[in-house]
Design a protein around this ligand. Structure first.
Ligand SMILES: CSC[C@H]1O[C@@H](n2cnc3c(O)ncnc32)[C@H](O)[C@@H]1O
Ligand SMILES: [Zn+2]
Length: 429
């Protein structure tokens, strides 16, 4: 067994207490071996002046949309998708998606994210990029029925399931998969009723957008006489390992329903604010015992992939919406970005404890904007930036050391993404 000791820092424990201590990890099993007074390791990673925390989990993303960062802003969801995003996405190639995903991975790793969920296209390219970069991901080919005849729509579902079956457990288990119908309004009911059971048989979870905007909720209620999550439940889409993105416009009965089903919700506050979708009822979800995770959504609606920003946004939006400064406190958002995310995605990570996956972010607290440290959790929620991350470790491997990504050539990735984004947009015009 070869061990790595992350030494000389303070450690954030699962109960969010902080003590001085080391973290010893086994780079073969990729697990944490000991925390505190661990003794020596074969190698050491310096954490002096730092807080060692669980790696952040971005539970809803469209990674390759980094290519569309700043391409179309300041519009509501439906208009933005139909006028700007979907026309340009129709021009995407596998190579574009590889380039955009690698750009996302650089940003994720440098800001301390060790795991993410991605719903997009050309997913074998995404899986390869994740395998090479060394982080953990749950990946799904996104199914959209809009503008497709039945044969094409069916082929899309088949592709999602084929990818899910083939790549589950890829990259030594760091890549796991899911079946990802885009949303309850963009995918046909009959095909959902056919393919949801097939996903269950394949043993993969479901992930989909739900209750993001009023414009998405109202037609379902008008046409079906039931709420969207009641419809999803009727189709069998609310399982214990499933997780829905957004859940902004859920009513009390829907919140109680997904709490009962054990389905998790991914809160995407920056995207919800930017598209003016609304404010998700996070205090109600948490009161009912729903697992709440955090996601950035794509970089085109955020416009970055920094989960420290997302924690701050979640706390601020939650307080503002409830007119209550205690509505979404610092502890809640730190928990959502770590343990909540890992639980939603089904990874045995998100907590620093022996036996858990060694997915860690080492945050440099020796910065003016993080001084003094009255309360480390407060600093993480309200004052830390992604650029404060010094080292990132996933599965026991050091992926970022002293702010340098070791598994990707950042300059080459940026250059490729710049060219690909320029050519993509030119093709779409
Ligand atoms: C079928 S792959 C994913 C699909 O979702 C689009 N998308 C990006 N952001 C959002 C959002 O906030 N709500 C709904 N759909 C979104 C993305 O552009 C892809 O087409
Ligand atoms: Zn999304």
């Amino acid at each position: 067994m070869a061990t790595l000791r992350i030494a000389g820092g303070r450690v954030l424990h699962p109960d969010l207490s902080v003590t001085e201590g080391d973290v010893l990890v086994d780079d073969e099993s990729g697990e944490i071996v000991a925390v505190g007074d661990t003794g020596d390791g074969d190698e050491t990673l310096d954490a002096a002046g730092c807080l060692v925390m669980p790696g952040l989990v971005n539970a809803h993303c469209h990674a390759a949309m980094t290519l569309l960062r700043g391409y179309a802003d300041d519009k509501p969801l439906e208009t933005w998708l139909r006028e700007d995003v979907w026309p340009v996405e129709a021009e995407l190639t596998d190579d574009d998606i590889r380039a955009g995903t690698e750009l996302a991975l650089v940003e994720l790793l440098k800001s301390g994210t060790t795991a993410f969920a991605d719903m997009y296209f050309s997913m074998p390219e995404v899986a390869e990029a994740v395998a090479d970069a060394g982080l953990r991901a749950r990946l799904g080919h996104g199914v959209v029925g809009v503008g497709k005849d039945e044969d094409d729509a069916r082929a899309d579902h088949e592709e999602s399931l084929a990818f899910a079956r083939e790549y589950d457990g890829y990259a030594d288990g760091r890549v796991q998969t899911m079946y990802t119908p885009h949303s309850l309004t963009t995918v046909d009911e009959a095909l959902l009723r056919e393919y949801v059971p097939a996903a269950r048989e394949a043993g993969v979870p479901l992930h989909f957008h739900a209750n993001e905007t009023r414009d998405e909720v109202d037609p379902i209620v008008d046409e079906r006489g039931e709420r969207p999550l009641e419809y999803a439940d009727d189709v069998g889409m609310l399982g214990e390992s499933d997780f829905v993105a957004h859940g902004v416009h859920s009513d009390a009965a829907e919140i109680a329903l997904i709490a009962e089903r054990g389905t998790a919700v991914v809160h995407c506050p920056a995207s919800n604010m930017k598209l003016a979708s609304g404010a998700a009822p996070i205090p109600a979800y948490r009161r009912e015992g729903v697992t709440v995770a955090l996601g950035t959504d794509g970089a085109a609606s955020n416009n970055d992939l920094d989960l420290f920003d997302e924690m701050r946004d979640a706390a601020m939006l939650g307080k503002h919406a409830a007119n209550d400064a205690s509505a979404v406190p610092a502890e809640a958002v730190v928990e959502m970005a770590t343990a909540g995310g890992a639980d939603a995605l089904g990874f045995d990570a998100g907590r620093i404890a022996a036996g858990k996956k060694a997915d860690l972010a080492v945050v440099d607290f020796e910065a003016a904007h993080l001084t003094p440290t009255h309360d480390a959790v407060s600093n993480l929620a309200y004052a830390t930036r992604g650029s404060d991350v010094k080292h990132t470790v996933c599965d026991g491997d050091v992926l970022v050391r002293d702010r340098e990504v070791l598994t990707l050539d950042e300059d080459a990735v940026r250059e490729r993404a710049t060219e690909r984004a320029r050519d993509l947009v030119a093709r779409a015009e």
